[in-house]
Design a protein around this ligand. Structure first.
Ligand code: 5AD
Ligand code: SF4
Length: 468
């Protein structure tokens, strides 16, 4: 099998523009502006991919709408991390038989991580005949071609074969909002954590060239975006495949020096690759948020080994300690899997004690979900579901207590907040560390502004305050 990253050439991209043009002509002959609806499941990478899908559909003449009913194209961009997410998609996909019956020319696309699994593609082929196109994340740049094929030749398209990885530069993007932007710096993952499906569906790690990433960030900052998040499954291994001698900390430093008022963030970091140099870089540039999402997954060394994580509890704690020594105000957040196959009560308690020791500002907690084809799926898993649920609740209780205590510490302090939304009559914003803040104020004046906010109250999940 091919193992190199496949770089899509300008000629190939140009050919896609040709399909866009033909589709636009087809609709303009009918005198209709077609509509498209894109629904996203899962992580920020999928959100970023959906922005490109919307951009491509706009180039094909489609206007983006916000419901499947009546849309000429419906795209489900899916997540495969847990079974629950997949079941939801199958359920919602089933419901599309009705929207299609009411609008028979509707074209339905299924893409994203679910579509990267052969057994899903087979099920779609057999049992979901109303789905017209099924393609994995490597084929996103070919949306115009697939759309042309289903409109013109009335055939079903399946592009789900495994490839090592694709990079397509220069795709259009229809960004959600004008304040926050995602920028993918790399794709895929090489880590093969034993529970995780991502390396199978998103292929091998491959980095975008530094100049392409920097150009995109510069463009966004000049366009007025205030909050930029660099995205990758494991940003700490950025650049290793390029051989240019540029690592993630170097890239971050370059972007931080672009002139303008903005906050720079990144996710996700794998602890085995996080370096002290990265913490030093974060502390050096004031516009890099002091927030580190550093998924630990478990606090027990045997489980970490079974998960194939390549670090132990002590190494992880050293990273946290170093981060705090150079940035006392750094916010750590984490992902945790409860009920990994064979996890004992004592091993779970190691996770509790680690969380108690680190005192994360927030946790994303998951009950282990077996994924077909991953090593963990064939490990013995004797713990009953009820017991896993109990462990999950205990972890949540602990975290809620810590979050509340941490939030109480904010009360009486003044923090910098980027106002980026509304909730009823109030404005909402985020601190540098990513805490949600509600405050009164005039959206006309304050939206998209960094302002000092005096924190007056809190709940487990948010802070409240007054602009100073
Ligand atoms: N079951 C439960 N949680 C999982 N994650 C990844 N794979 C699984 C799985 N099979 C979680 C990990 C990861 C986050 C994005 O999703 O905690 O960091
Ligand atoms: Fe999955 Fe591990 Fe890669 Fe994260 S680092 S995407 S958990 S395999």
């Amino acid at each position: 099998m091919e193992t190199r990253t496949i770089i899509i050439t300008p000629e190939q991209m140009h050919a896609q523009d040709g399909y866009c043009q033909r589709i636009r002509e087809l609709w303009s002959q009918r005198g209709i502006t077609p509509t498209a609806y894109v629904e996203t499941y899962g992580c920020q990478q999928n959100e970023a991919d959906s922005e490109q899908i919307r951009g491509l559909l706009e180039n094909c003449g489609y206007s983006i709408c916000n419901q499947a009913e009546g849309a000429d194209v419906v795209v489900f961009n899916t997540c495969a991390i847990r079974e629950h997410a997949e079941q939801r998609v199958f359920g919602n996909l089933g419901a599309l038989t009705h929207t299609k019956r009411r609008h028979p020319s509707q074209k339905i696309f299924l893409c994203g991580c679910m579509a990267g699994q052969e057994h899903v593609a087979q099920r779609i082929r057999r049992s979901y005949p109303h789905v017209d196109v099924c393609f994995n994340p490597h084929h996103l740049w070919q949306v115009p071609e697939y759309l042309w094929r289903v409109l013109n030749r009335k055939e079903r398209v399946f592009a789900t074969e495994e490839v090592p990885g694709v990079i397509a530069e220069g795709l259009p993007q229809r960004r959600e909002g004008k304040i926050k932007a995602w920028v993918s710096i790399m794709y895929g993952c090489n880590n093969f954590c034993s529970y995780c499906i991502v390396p199978y569906v998103r292929g091998r790690e491959r980095s975008r060239k530094p100049e392409d990433v920097i150009r995109e960030c510069r463009y966004l900052i000049e366009a007025g975006y205030k909050d930029i998040t660099l995205l990758g499954q494991n940003v700490n291994s950025y650049g290793k495949d390029l051989g240019l001698g540029v690592d993630f900390a170097d890239l971050l430093a370059e972007i931080a020096q672009i002139p303008g008022e903005f906050t720079l963030r990144f996710m996700t970091s794998h602890p085995k690759d996080a370096s002290f140099k990265l913490f030093d870089t974060m502390s050096k540039y004031p516009n890099i948020a002091h927030h580190f999402h550093l998924p630990v997954q478990s606090g027990n060394d045997r489980i970490l080994k079974e998960m194939n994580r390549h670090y132990d509890r002590a190494q992880y704690l050293k990273l946290v300690e170093y981060g705090r020594s150079v940035m006392p105000d750094i916010v750590f957040t984490s992902d945790i899997i409860v009920g990994f196959p064979g996890e004992t009560e004592e091993e779970f308690e190691d996770t509790l004690s680690l969380c108690d020791q680190v005192r994360y500002d927030a946790l994303f907690t998951f009950i282990y979900s077996p994924r077909k084809g991953t090593p963990a799926a064939s490990m013995p898993d004797p713990t009953p579901k009820e017991e896993k649920n109990r462990r999950f609740d205990r972890l949540l209780d602990l975290q809620n207590r810590i979050s509340m205590e941490k939030h109480r510490d904010y009360v009486g302090k003044t923090v910098r907040v980027l106002v980026d939304g509304t909730d009823g009559d109030l404005l909402t914003g985020r601190t540098d560390g990513g805490r949600l803040v509600r405050l009164p104020g005039d959206p006309e004046k304050l939206m998209g502004q960094f302002i000092p906010v005096h924190i007056t109250g809190c709940t487990t999940w948010s802070l409240t305050g007054e602009p100073v």
